[in-house]
Design a protein around this ligand. Structure first.
Ligand SMILES: Cc1cc2nc3c(=O)[nH]c(=O)nc-3n(C[C@H](O)[C@H](O)[C@H](O)COP(=O)(O)O)c2cc1C
Length: 220
C-alpha cells in the first residue's frame, strides 16, 4: 500500500472501489443496537486523514458523538428532520474546519524534513511561499479554505465507512451557530462543515437522480 501511514486494512471488509463509490447512498435510519468501537472509529478517521488538503494544512477537526451524552448534544443542534439518523446511528461525526491550522503549519513540514521526505531547502521554500498567504489572509479566505478541506475529508470518510461495512448520511441540516458552544470549542477557530451519521442501515435508502453530465459540464 505504498507509504501508507498506518496498518489500515484490519477492518476493511470491502475493498471494491466501484462498489464503494457507486453504491454509496444516504441511509437515514440505522440499527441502534450496533456499536462501533472507538478504536475502529479512530482507524476510520486516520484513514480519512490521507485526504488531500490545501497546502497540506489539514484544516479539519472532528467531534465524535458515539454515546448517550454525545448523541444528546448532537441531537440538540440538529434540525428535526435529522433526528432519525442522528438518534439511531452508531456514531455522528461532526467535521469542522480549522481556520487557524496555519498556526502549527511549520510542524508538519519540519516533520517531513526530519523524516528525510523533503530537503531543508524545499521546506523553507514552502514556508516562504505558502505561510504568508495564510498569515495575511482575511477571514473569508480562511473559512473557505477550511470548508473545502472539511468537505474533501467528509467524502473520504463516507467512503471509508463503506469500506468498513457501514453506511452513512452527511448532514448539514443543523444549527451552525450552536455547534462550537455545544461541544465546548472555540467558535472563532472552528467552523462546522458537515456532520456524518454512520452505522448499519435499518431499511432502505431513498433513490436519488443526477443531472446529465452534458448539462453540467463545459469542455474547453
Ligand atoms: C453537504 C450536504 C449536506 C446534506 N445535508 C443533509 C441533511 O441535513 N439531512 C439529510 O437527510 N441529508 C442530507 N444530505 C444528503 C443529501 O440529501 C443526499 O446526498 C442527496 O439527496 C443524494 O442522495 P445520495 O446521498 O443517496 O446519493 C446532505 C448532503 C450533503 C453533501
Amino acid at each position: 500500500m505504498g507509504d501508507v501511514i498506518m496498518d489500515a486494512t484490519k477492518n476493511l471488509v470491502n475493498n471494491d472501489f466501484a462498489d464503494i463509490m457507486l453504491n454509496r447512498h444516504s441511509y437515514r435510519k440505522f440499527k441502534s443496537d450496533v456499536k462501533i468501537s472507538r478504536e475502529e472509529i479512530s482507524e476510520m478517521l486516520e484513514e480519512a486523514t490521507t485526504a488531500p488538503s490545501a497546502c497540506n494544512l489539514q484544516s479539519w477537526h472532528f467531534v465524535v458523538c458515539d454515546n448517550a451524552e454525545g448523541k444528546e448534544k448532537a441531537h440538540s443542534v440538529m434540525m428535526p428532520f435529522n433526528y432519525p439518523q442522528t438518534d439511531s446511528s452508531s456514531v455522528v461525526i461532526f467535521i469542522l474546519g480549522d481556520t487557524q491550522s496555519h498556526y502549527k503549519y511549520r510542524d508538519v513540514w519540519n516533520k517531513a524534513c526530519d523524516n528525510g521526505q523533503i530537503t531543508p531547502e524545499e521546506r523553507d521554500k514552502v514556508f516562504k511561499t505558502f505561510l504568508p498567504l495564510y498569515e495575511h489572509a482575511d477571514r473569508q479566505f480562511l473559512e473557505k479554505d477550511a470548508t473545502i478541506d472539511g468537505g474533501i475529508i467528509a467524502m473520504q470518510l463516507m467512503l471509508i465507512a463503506r469500506a468498513h461495512g457501514y453506511e452513512a448520511n452527511p448532514m448539514s441540516g443543523y444549527n451552525f451557530d450552536q455547534v462550537a458552544p455545544t461541544f465546548g470549542l472555540d467558535g472563532e477557530r472552528f467552523i462546522p462543515v458537515t456532520a456524518i451519521a454512520i452505522g448499519k442501515p435499518d431499511g432502505d435508502y431513498t433513490k436519488s437522480v443526477r443531472y446529465p453530465v452534458n448539462e453540467i459540464t463545459d469542455f474547453m
